[in-house]
Design a protein around this ligand. Structure first.
Ligand SMILES: [Zn+2]
Ligand SMILES: [Zn+2]
Length: 135
């Protein structure tokens, strides 16, 4: 297989996942506009640091650069049948890092809670919008 084609494909999938995570974030009523806008300035790429080779799924630094574990990304995409749950897990992981970036002062426990809330409410709002469009 042509490896540059695969690489481009990966990049597109990562772009799509990141955009989707931003849409969920943008849909949650739990954040204000200023907080949501902050997330638009974050960058992202795949990471092969020591932690990401092991258990780490993703991390973000003080500059707002999100690093998504290449290993985690690949193991999700390379499953026999592409798993929607795996893709959602990647989106959830990205959303979690976005919230770390928006609230650098908050601890892990609070960010986990916020991620759950933003995920649920964001998805609910998206579903509502979809229903409204169809009616
Ligand atoms: Zn890393
Ligand atoms: Zn975290």
């Amino acid at each position: 297989m042509n490896s540059s084609h695969v690489a481009r494909n990966e990049e597109e999938i990562l772009d799509a996942l990141f955009d989707s995570a931003l849409v969920v974030l943008d849909s949650t009523p739990q954040l204000d506009t200023e907080q949501k806008t902050r997330a638009l300035y974050f960058s992202y790429n795949l990471c092969t640091c020591e932690e990401c080779q092991k258990e780490c799924g993703a991390h973000i630094n003080r500059k707002g650069q999100i690093r998504i574990s290449k290993k985690f990304f690949h193991s999700t995409l390379n499953q026999e049948t592409p798993s929607p749950i795996g893709l959602l897990e990647l989106m959830y992981t990205i959303l979690h890092q976005l919230l770390h970036g928006i609230f650098p002062e908050l601890n892990e426990e609070t960010i986990i809670e916020k991620t759950e809330q933003a995920w649920k409410s964001g998805m609910t709002e998206l579903a509502k919008e979809k229903l409204n469009l169809n009616s």
